[in-house]
Design a binder for this molecule. Structure first.
Ligand code: FAD
Length: 441
């Protein structure tokens, strides 16, 4: 069996490894258009901030190690430029030899990720603008910050990457302006939870421009914002979101879903049974509602890689859908989410109730006790948990417990019955998750 993979990072490289673990006979070739495979996208901000000292530490595997350890061929600087379904081939542009050739497949796995959305800013070409998607992007930004002696940045977008970069640029001694279109940063949080992050940003000397966008880059390189103010920044990091990188799939006539990702079934097959798609490029389903959902996160890509590999070896397990469990560090704060927020539940017209709790992450008498805010939304009809958010120390543990509870079909009342590990530095005899269960009664 010959299996070709498009994309050699989170989804693609993971798929190739999984398939090799399950099948030692398959011929596996991975095409990666850039020069680096298997790097940790999620670590890019932390290298730029100096928390990760060596860029090589972000690279989990090389073509040489894949060949030697796993008998998988990885062709870097090889870009797939078309999928030819009638012949079951892909056309590949070899950027090293400047050559083009066709390669046959029995099965094809498509994991080309996403592309950054470029915001509508007038005279964008006047500015020093960057985005952060690839290892190459990180190296370029790192080099320019040093060589051009950048002292200030305008972060356009206050989502996960914008927030992480605010902390990392500050750690590097760069002045940070953060411009966010909506009223609050990380707007998938409830507004009062976003407020906590905004206070943290302000305390750390980040200039926040909420309900605002960058309208134009002026001739003198200053930035005109939609609220009329003018700010100065040596460069811009555009972090307003991404869209699935579907162009090859579209040209090949594969179906695109309503959220803009490639449509797949529960085994990651597209509407061509020989072509699978995984990661940021696909539209998956919401675990809770069963509706189409697009979640560009690493767990999702890794899980889908395993599901596709299992199907290819004829030992399938279906994908159950996505909760959208996510977490973000903002200086000393942590924000974590799972499932739906109130806004999304209202939009779906689902009848729900909410319990909220402000507690300490561990025993109040133990040093370092700090505020942890937790909110849980659940079905008014049957108590099933629709979503939760936590901000503060220990948010990770609480959201992971609730994510597990949702996956196991528990109700909000069941949260009081969970036996959670306790000693004073970690929790309280009744953990905040238990307290939510008691409060919901
Ligand atoms: P990618 O990992 O992006 O891989 C796609 C690869 O395909 C790319 O290397 C690209 O060059 C290659 N490619 C594209 N087209 C072609 C072609 N035609 N031919 C050959 N190769 C091609 N997720 C989290 O869960 N937690 C985090 O903390 C987190 N932090 C992040 C921080 C940053 C800065 C970024 C950019 C992402 C972060 N993510 C995080 C998201 C996570 O990295 C992605 O969801 C995940 O990488 C998606 O995997 P993928 O395989 O779909 O795409």
């Amino acid at each position: 069996k010959k299996v070709l993979v498009i994309g050699g990072v989170a989804g693609g490289a993971t798929f190739a490894s999984q398939l090799r673990m399950l099948d030692d006979q398959a011929e596996i070739i991975v095409f990666e258009k850039d020069g680096t495979m298997s790097f940790a996208n999620c670590g890019l901000p932390y290298y730029l901030g100096g928390f990760v000292k060596e860029k090589e530490h972000l690279i989990a595997a090389t073509p040489e190690s894949f060949q030697k350890d796993k008998n998988i061929e990885v062709r870097i600087r090889h870009e797939v430029i078309s999928i030819n379904r009638d012949k079951k081939t892909v056309t590949v542009k070899d950027h090293i030899l400047n050559d083009t050739y066709d390669e046959h497949y029995d099965k094809l796995v498509y994991s080309p990720g996403a592309v950054p959305i470029v915001p509508d800013i007038k005279h964008l070409d006047r500015g020093n603008c960057y985005s952060l998607r690839s290892f190459k992007d990180m190296l370029k930004l790192d080099e320019h910050i040093t060589q051009k002696n950048y002292q200030s940045v305008c972060l356009v977008g206050g989502g996960f990457i914008g927030l992480e970069m605010a902390e990392n640029f500050k750690a590097r001694g760069i002045k940070v302006h953060l411009v966010q279109r909506s009223q609050h940063v990380l707007n998938l949080l409830e507004p009062e939870f976003s407020n906590i992050l905004e206070d943290e940003l302000l305390e750390n000397d980040v200039d926040l421009h909420l309900s605002s966008t960058v309208k134009q880059i002026n001739e003198d390189h200053s930035l005109k914002l939609s609220d009329g103010s003018v700010i100065e920044a040596d460069f811009l990091l555009l972090a307003v979101g991404i869209k699935p990188n579907t162009h090859l799939a579209e040209h090949a006539g594969l179906s695109i879903g309503t959220t803009g990702g490639v449509k797949v079934n529960e085994y990651m097959q597209t509407d061509d049974e020989h072509i699978y798609a995984i990661g940021d490029v696909i539209e998956s389903v919401d675990f809770i509602t069963g509706k189409p959902k697009q979640v560009p996160l690493a767990w999702v890509a890794h899980r889908e890689a395993y599901i596709a590999a299992r199907h290819i070896i004829d030992n399938p397990i279906p994908f159950k859908g996505i909760l959208g469990t996510a977490i973000c560090k903002v200086f000393e704060q942590t924000a974590a989410v799972v499932g739906h927020n109130a806004f999304s539940l209202e939009k779906m017209n689902l009848s729900f109730e909410t319990v909220e709790l402000n507690a300490r992450q561990h025993a109040g008498y133990y040093p370092g006790a700090a505020k942890l805010s937790l909110i849980v939304h659940f079905s008014s009809e049957n108590g099933k948990i629709f979503g939760a958010q936590a901000v503060g120390p220990g948010a990770d543990k609480r959201i992971d417990v609730i994510s597990t509870a949702i996956t196991g079909g528990l109700t909000v009342d069941d949260l009081q019955t969970l036996e959670i590990a306790y000693a004073p530095p970690y929790s309280s005899p009744k953990d905040p998750v238990n307290m939510i269960g008691y409060k919901a009664m």
